[in-house]
Design a protein around this ligand. Structure first.
Ligand SMILES: [Mg+2]
Length: 269
């Protein structure tokens, strides 16, 4: 049966601190040799996804901005479907525009006085320093289209108010490993995974989906796949969720990722 791997990037395929992926390379090559699609499902932007696709030699579809849009390389599937042409991609958009998200954050800031700093408020140098990225990569991280990442510099208990405000304005919020993200209500990793899974099924008939992540923003993706898996986070534990059939890798970040690929995908081939 065709297997499809949906994977988060930060803290999962990429190390959360230095974004390294060396540990995952051999397993990644094996997946490619066996024609198992590796679908990035991440908060990262189109520009960042393109960078890592090139680095890792991956040519499969990918989900950007926390489910904001699905990018499918032209002619990847043998059939046509409804999408928006954008360069060499066929794009299915689920999210709200960056302008609307920025406007909502600005309003919340004014209404609450919360210390909220979005990527749009920061220079590439500032984003780079905060996210431990070089300036070139920070520029790619700032090219957001369907999501805004921000720092919420307030006590944890004020999070509830923040979440409510975002909901009231008709948007959704997720907390990744490093930043909070505001996005459209329909921009959801889970919805994007389901749409792509249907396309894979149309192409291959029966499909087995595996999803791997590390934090809260991965929950919708993990719920949308048949075989969810978690890697350990930097605190040496796992995200606190219980899901049927959930596999918890012993390794952290890319090391846990390799374990998931070896134990759940390659072994059943
Ligand atoms: Mg992550």
């Amino acid at each position: 049966m065709k297997q499809v791997l949906f994977t988060d990037l930060d803290g999962t395929l990429l190390d959360l601190d230095d974004y390294s992926y060396e540990a995952a390379l051999p397993a990644l090559k094996t997946l490619q040799r066996r024609n198992i699609p590796v679908v990035f499902c991440t908060a990262k932007t189109l520009a960042e996804n393109e960078y890592y696709r090139k680095e890792l030699g991956i040519e499969d579809p990918f989900i950007v901005d926390n489910g904001g849009a699905i990018f499918i390389p032209e002619n990847y599937f043998s059939f046509g479907f409804e999408c928006k042409k954008k360069g060499s991609y066929c794009v299915i958009e689920l999210g709200a525009s960056y302008e609307k998200l920025r406007k909502a954050l600005k309003e919340i800031k004014e209404e609450t006085g919360f210390k909220i700093t979005g990527f749009g408020d920061m220079t590439a140098e500032e984003v780079g320093a905060d996210a431990n990225l070089d300036v070139e990569k920070a520029k790619l991280a700032k090219e957001k289209e369907y999501n805004e990442s921000f720092i919420f510099d307030e006590p944890k208990e004020k999070e509830v108010i923040l979440f409510e405000k975002i909901k009231d304005k008709g948007f959704a919020v997720t907390h990744g490993g490093r930043y909070y993200n505001i996005h459209g209500k329909n921009a959801d990793k889970g919805k994007a995974v389901k749409i792509l899974t249907e396309l894979f099924k149309r192409e291959y008939g029966e499909v087995k989906t595996i999803g791997v992540g590390d934090s809260m923003n991965d929950i919708p993706m993990l719920k949308a796949v048949e075989q969810p898996a978690l890697v350990k986070n930097k605190k040496g534990g796992w995200l606190d969720i219980s899901l049927p059939n959930l596999y918890k890798a012993q390794g952290e970040g890319p090391e846990g990722w390799v374990e998931v690929v070896e134990r759940l995908i390659l072994i059943s081939q």
